[in-house]
Design a protein around this ligand. Sequence first.
Ligand code: FAD
Length: 437
Amino acid sequence: MMHVLGGGPAGLAVLYYAHRAGMPARMYEAASFIGGNARTIEWGDFRYDSGAHRLHHKDEESLRDFLTILGDEVHVVDAPSQIYLDGHFLDFPLSPLDLLRKLPKPLLFTIARENLSRRAQSAAAPDSFESRAVAAYGPTLANTVLLNYSRKLWGVELSDLDPAAAGGRLKGLDLKTFLLEGLRGAPARTRHLDGSFHYPRLGIGQLFDCIAAQAGAENIQLNARVTAIEHKDNQIGGFELEGGEHITCHELCSTLPLGLMIQLLRPAAPEVIRAAAARLMFRHIRLVVLALDRSSFTSNASVYVPDAGASFTRIYEPKNRSAAMAPADKTAIVVEFPCFSHELIWRMSDDELMAGCRRQLEDMGLLHSTEILDACELRLFNAYPVPQLSTQRDLRAVRDYLTGIRGLHIIGRGAEFRYTHIHDLFKSAREFISGRV
Ligand SMILES: Cc1cc2nc3c(=O)[nH]c(=O)nc-3n(C[C@H](O)[C@H](O)[C@H](O)COP(=O)(O)OP(=O)(O)OC[C@H]3O[C@@H](n4cnc5c(N)ncnc54)[C@H](O)[C@@H]3O)c2cc1C
């Protein structure tokens, strides 16, 4: 029997492939629902996801499996994304012609001068997210569209942020690629941007609901918070649930956040490992959802907001992914506020956050508060592992220690402390299960 800790996408992917391979597996989830940070919430006549989710086309086998799992309940969405800056919607990825049309001339002049000077292109040491972005775009354009945004998203000094935080988005973004993209026009940009993607009719959570239905409700234990993970003589021995239930096992797949997993180990990990795990930081997100009395907000999949004066980073409109997400004459938007738990945004009351969100959107000219029909909010814990340059050493120490415990397997965004997407988790789960049958 394979025991799986955590019922987010990673845990459900393991459950799915185990079920498909005929391997007995059981999943334990602390919450009263499955899906973790990739679920869909029903809210009156509306549905929304826990953040702007889509099924990327980056791993063919995972995509085939998504289509098999969802059957007729999945469709292709063609929707671009844009950046909202000083009252203008800019194409994303950036296009030279679009920038020429929409940015003020003095700013364009500075951007052009910087990008044409070789010095701006090569001021790149040491290798960090910031230095790569500046090398790709020059300081002014990098700051205007990317760095201000990333400071809000990650909450740390960008000179300390690992380039891996870009999740491949800085790849190929040199001046030559940028100009070529611009000359090739919109279709090439859309492909580059993932402007075309698959999406389940009833929201991202439908993928996981389908897996749960196929793998069998009897193999999923909800309200099952893991409180200890036991090991002895370098071998996994079992785990304990809140309330005292003890489960003996010799094969355990944990998708729990790495820091938590280290805290739960019995006997405890050495102090140096616990200290390294405690330094691994996660960015949380608070979402504000606004129901609007109009049929459309924009036609974008996502709108990115780099403006340092706004404390949110991204707005997404569920209806642009599937018409089933809102009534025909109404729409909703989901606004993402990244934060750490010690920051004001995390500590604000729901009412304060929703009022602040309305005010900021109104000040930016994006909506009028009289259009807002209703509002709600949601907290996402451990949404993004923050990959600082110093993280690698701590991560290696923690991973090396865990590798020494036989029968303990780790898959998941928080568990691997890696900027993974759903297809990455499915790929890892598929390879993990196929290696055991
Ligand atoms: C805003 C946002 C947008 C995203 N957009 C996309 C996208 O467009 N496409 C894409 O492919 N991916 C996207 N992702 C990534 C995707 O959502 C994550 O990779 C995924 O949620 C990680 O899954 P996971 O199972 O590793 O972790 P989680 O989703 O965090 O699940 C972990 C689970 O473990 C449970 N748990 C925690 N502690 C315990 C305990 N003690 N005992 C038992 N259970 C416990 C939690 O309740 C949770 O259900 C996005 C993520 C975010 C946050």
